[in-house]
Design a protein around this ligand. Structure first.
Ligand code: PGA
Length: 251
């Protein structure tokens, strides 16, 4: 399966910087077939970034969506609208949202379900905190997140490709410069694939699990070459054209 490299700009990127970054990413990805590249800019920039990406292989994604299609939800964004302004993906359940807005697995599952209904591929984020890791609870916590965050409409009766992507992002690795060892990453990804396969009925080979947390050009090659790693979700390093292009090149 083609690997996936996703840029999560988070709440960063003023228009001038966004244009430079988008154009640099598109130039790096031009003619590139080894991996899919996706940019998830802040919502007000989606249409503009989509225009800059027109005619390039780079896809567009949102950073979050609501569980409903429309309605009186001030400040929220529907998956339908994301789809209609050109998105193919949406990140749901990022640890920053789970922590800052108390997003539960139940809510994340509802968001992912809505994303699928709207024709988007949800990128469902999971990962343990440092406290959970130090208590030896990593697999228990992450396994539970996987089972409870994947929606029923991600299940299969056989054959079709998976309509969701998982992203394993240890909370302590995000923005910290720290990463698990590649052996740790391999073990966790294999575990996540087995739990997700059991939950959805998809064959293990059909399930994509991205790694996220302090990915940069210097470590991308080793991480991407790790068994059961289907790509990367990149925060900080996706804001620097040279770094992000280096990550794409590492595929
Ligand atoms: P980071 O963030 O690459 O800055 O660690 C990753 C993420 O939060 O998705």
């Amino acid at each position: 399966m083609k690997k996936l490299v996703i840029a999560n700009w988070k709440m960063n990127g003023q228009p001038a910087m966004a244009e430079a970054l988008t154009r640099a990413t598109a130039a790096q990805a031009a003619g590139f077939t080894q991996a899919g590249v996706v940019i998830c800019p802040p919502a007000p920039l989606l249409m503009q970034v989509g225009q800059w990406l027109a005619g390039t292989p780079v896809k567009l994604g949102g950073q979050d969506c609501h569980t409903r299609g429309e309605g009186a939800y001030t400040g929220d964004i529907s998956a339908e609208l994301l789809k209609n302004v050109g998105c193919d993906y949406v990140i749901v359940g990022h640890s920053e949202r789970r922590a800052a807005y108390s997003e539960s697995d139940v809510l994340v599952q509802a968001k992912a379900s809505r994303a699928i209904l709207s024709g988007l591929t949800p990128v469902i984020c999971i990962g343990e905190t440092i406290k959970e890791r130090e208590a030896g609870r990593t697999q228990t916590v992450v396994g539970q997140q996987v089972r409870d965050s994947i929606p029923d409409n991600a299940m299969t009766t056989g054959g079709q490709p998976a309509n969701f992507v998982l992203a394993y992002e240890p909370v302590w690795a995000i923005g910290s410069g720290k990463t698990p060892t590649v052996d740790d990453i391999r073990q966790m990804h294999q575990y996540i694939v087995s739990v997700a396969s059991e939950r959805t009925g998809h064959a293990p080979e059909a399930i994509m699990v991205l790694y996220g947390g302090s990915v940069k050009a210097a470590n991308a090659r080793a991480i991407m070459a790790t068994p059961a790693v289907s790509g990367v979700l990149v925060g900080g390093a996706s804001l620097k054209a040279e770094e992000f292009c280096g990550i794409i090149a590492a595929v």
